[in-house]
Design a protein. Sequence first.
Length: 340
Amino acid sequence: MEKIFSALRELIASGENAVLVSVIASSGSTPRGSGAKMLVCRDGSIRGTIGGGAVEYRSIALARQLHETKQSALRAFDLSSEDKCDLGMICGGNATVYFQYLAAGDPVLSEMLAWEQELRRQETDAWLVTAVTGDGAPRMGIYAEGQLRFMESVDEAAVAAHLGPRSVLVQGEPMLYIEPLIRSGRVYVFGGGHVAQALVPVLAGVGFRCVVFDDRERFTSPALFPDAAGRITGDFDRIGDFLTVSESDCVVIMTRGHEADYTVLEQALATPAYYIGLIGSRSKMAATREKLGAAGFGEADFARIHNPIGLPILADTPAEIAVSVAAEMILARAQRRKDA
């Protein structure tokens, strides 16, 4: 969502209109599910994707027509066997897609985009609320900080009742599509070595905001971590002096040595982080468990630690380990959202 809004700001600032294409419901084997988005420009060029294939192909064509009529539209796509044969598709299913025509000269849109940018800078939880209508009148707002802005005719309490970690389509007049726009939460990566340097850009690419922490300034430099949301040079013995870990955060421990790893791990277990990953072998973890036990930690604490870190894909190189760790964290994030 961040990339879509960044692209939308650029288009609007340059005076170019756009059609925001959103999959709001899907079933069967569609390429991507509810929440997928793309922007379609007047010339047919796109930013983002809703999965390619038949739905995207037809959506681009319709969006170009809406540039001419300056209207919004709601369409249902049925990828029947005939459609698949015609378009060379191998997947079926149904998708409901909403098309919002967004004009560069709309002052309300410009104000909304500015607020979204400020909320993202502050890392404030926010939801995008779209009134789904077929009458050509686009209505979109943001719920954050206990208020719904830019949609005065929509019941704020009704929106608040449906806020959550997943998108939801609320029937009514108008029908509302409510989806997470900004989620608070960071990944604190302790140690700026080779694995961290491979991991941070992978995590950034799948929507995690990473903060790198090391006690050596050269290992927290912007040159090493251009994709990081933050870089902290501090003392591994006193991480609480530099940051606060919340229940929305993850901790990844991969410092240059076992002693620093243990020091950070002990402090991380005192936080409500929903993911704590520790690099190293099973033999290292056995020694770590013994030490933690002597310090008063128990089985419930041990169960919180992902070690060896990452999914078991026989990863060897830093790049392979990064893929393994990112996959495990994606799974942990998805499970947390499912359980919320």
